[in-house]
Design a protein around this ligand. Structure first.
Ligand code: SAM
Length: 276
């Protein structure tokens, strides 16, 4: 019997039973693997860490995409940084107001493996409204003259190529590329195991944006189950400015709804205390 284990921060091991290995490669940035599991569908791992599982990826992707897009009054141009599996792009494209979604992913191997082995998410990358750029997201926001209504930072953990995505100068550049009503949301890690990452992101966002706060989801795949994101905007409030009618009109969702949107911003006291 074969298992693939994610060893998280040297203190936790999560095992997925494997039926077969579909892809294994080493890019200039990281080790990329796709396996067929017995209970969670296909699983994408980067450097041994679980990124996407067929079984519950909807939780993460619906939340990271619809939270900002249902607050913005009319999102047209969206930028996704990281997210080479295509799941966030798939959800962004469910908004009819979106005319273009630019994906800036540093690793071509993640994009090609997802296109080939994870069609549930990867297929969105071939949509005609999606533009895929293989580039460092930090460099892209530093140099681009383009402007975006929403930026989604769908990155790996804060080491290797993703380290600078968790730094202050990156968020100053994100602010610059955002339009007047702009919103940025970012993957922020586990509140149980890496509260320091969330605290660090919040301390970077607070001086740069008028509104900054964390939000949460619970899923099956990520270590500890509970997962955090940050929301920051030039003024739009994540709950008061929710366009509930538009959120309710989205079709075929399995996790996100106006009620789940509001619930995501309810933060437990231990996290609130730590972010004070
Ligand atoms: N849902 C995921 C999670 O939290 O487990 C994130 C998945 S997505 C596959 C993360 C992607 O971010 C990876 O494919 C990685 O190559 C990409 N990435 C890391 N650093 C980056 C950078 N500086 N610029 C663009 N993409 C980057």
């Amino acid at each position: 019997m074969k298992w693939v284990d994610e060893v998280y921060k040297g203190v936790l091991r999560t095992g997925f039973r494997v039926r077969s290995r579909l892809f294994k490669g080493r890019s200039p940035f990281q080790k990329v693997e796709v396996v067929e599991t017995a209970g969670h569908g296909r699983l994408l791992l980067i450097d041994g860490m679980t990124m996407v599982s067929d079984r519950d990826e909807f939780v993460y992707h619906e939340t990271i995409a619809h939270v900002p897009l249902c607050v913005h009054p009319k999102p047209r141009r969206v930028l996704v940084i990281g997210g080479g599996d295509g799941g966030s792009v798939r959800e962004v494209l469910k908004h009819r107001s979106v005319s273009s979604c630019t994906l800036v992913e540093i690793d071509a191997m993640v994009v090609s493996a997802s296109r080939k082995f994870l069609p549930g998410t990867g297929a969105a990358l071939s949509d005609k409204r999606c533009r895929v750029l293989i580039q460092d997201g930090v460099r892209f926001v530093r140099q681009t003259p383009e402007r975006f209504d929403v930026v989604i930072v769908d990155s790996t953990e804060p080491f290797g190529p993703a380290r600078a995505l968790f730094g202050p100068s990156f968020y100053k550049d994100v602010r610059r590329v955002l339009t007047e009503d702009g919103i940025v949301v970012s993957q922020a890690g586990s509140p149980f195991y890496e509260i320091g990452t969330i605290r660090n992101l919040m301390s970077i966002l607070r001086p740069v944006f008028r509104v900054a706060c964390p939000f949460l989801l619970t899923n099956m795949t990520y270590p500890g189950g509970l997962w955090a994101f940050t929301y920051a905007s030039k003024g739009l409030h994540p709950v008061r400015d929710l366009k509930a009618g538009r959120a309710r009109a989205l079709k075929g969702l399995s996790w996100y709804s106006p009620e789940m949107h509001q619930a995501a911003f309810a933060v437990p006291p231990f996290l609130k205390r730590s972010l004070r």
